[in-house]
Design a protein around this ligand. Structure first.
Ligand code: 13P
Ligand code: SF4
Length: 301
């Protein structure tokens, strides 16, 4: 299957972009694996005719917004993200009515409709840098992840109005789980994603996006790491750091450990999507243009 996918990619001038949370075999067939920031940068720069996005819906949508002339495929249209799904553009527009004169910052994990209502998009990889660049007295609304929003406020010592949304995968992780793993592995460093609750982040030695975690581990002299995010990242961590030990944290939602949507991507549906060039992501042109402004502002940083 891997060979067939590789041949098809070549024949159709297609590129496969995959997130670190996807299955190992999916990461293996990807031309590029990255965090949300690097994936959007890659999508903006590609000269492929077809972009197959092995990730979740908002990621493929971002790729389409950046490449309206290209065909963007998503292996399973049901691969959503609760952060994006729980913040509809209609409800967000209503919410914003209470906050005129605010700059609207949205985490990239949101729909095109919410992006179109935003001034700047951020990812967990650049949020601190972007918020820091805004004048101290600028009023900010941040959506849809209140955990990431809270982390930004705490780290930079400033206030933002937060939309009440969470990633159910990261938000389920409890501080007691970290404390108990710390007892078991006293020499381990705790590395955590900022989508986790503040009580969990308070126990971490390092907080950062998936790509930032990989960079941090590669530069660290330590040997053992408790990895407080979706366990799909362990594949790349282990590949890059053969001598190091990685302890995953159980992040179960309804009995499924991890992000179910990310795991909807597999070799079969990737192959089928390349053969049939379906499901294709289609977006309204006007909405796409509005959303692109906010993404372009992020990419200019
Ligand atoms: P990053 O890849 O930006 O760290 O985000 C993690 C995530 O949950 C993606 O949805
Ligand atoms: Fe969305 Fe959470 Fe899955 Fe990331 S891990 S795609 S934030 S549901």
């Amino acid at each position: 299957m891997k060979d067939k996918i590789t041949q098809l990619k070549k024949a159709k001038n297609a590129i496969i972009l995959a997130h670190y949370y996807t299955l190992p075999e999916v990461q293996d067939v990807a031309d590029f694996v990255g965090d949300s920031l690097a994936l959007s940068q890659k999508a903006a720069a590609t000269d492929a005719d077809i972009i197959l996005f092995a990730g979740v819906h908002f990621m493929a949508e971002t790729a389409k917004i950046l490449n309206p002339q290209k065909k963007v495929l998503i292996p399973d249209l049901d691969a959503g993200c609760c952060l994006a799904d729980d913040c509809s553009a209609e409800r967000f527009a209503d919410f914003l009515k209470d906050y005129p004169n605010h700059t609207v910052l949205s985490y990239i994990n949101c729909s095109a409709g919410v992006k179109a209502l935003s001034d700047i998009i951020v990812t967990s990889g650049n949020a601190l840098k972007i918020v820091k660049s805004l004048p101290e007295n600028e009023k900010i609304v941040f959506a849809p992840d209140k955990n990431l929003g809270h982390y930004i406020c705490q780290t930079l010592g400033r206030e933002m109005v937060l939309w009440d949304g969470v990633c159910h995968v990261h938000d389920r992780i409890k501080p007691e789980q970290i404390a108990s793993l710390r007892n078991e592995y006293p020499d381990a460093q705790v590395i955590a994603h900022p989508e986790c609750r503040s009580e969990v982040l308070a126990l971490a030695n390092f907080v950062g996006s998936t790509a930032a975690m990989l960079k941090h581990v590669a530069q660290s002299q330590d040997k053992t790491f408790i990895v407080v995010t979706e366990r799909g990242i362990l594949y790349e961590l282990t590949k890059q750091n053969p001598g190091k030990i990685f302890i995953p944290v159980n992040a179960s939602v309804n009995g499924f450990d991890g992000c179910r949507s990310m795991k909807l991507n597999n070799l079969d549906n990737i192959y089928q999507a390349l053969v049939t060039e379906q499901p294709e992501l289609i977006l309204d042109d006007e909405l796409s243009r509005k959303a692109k402004k906010a993404i372009d502002r992020m990419l200019s940083y």
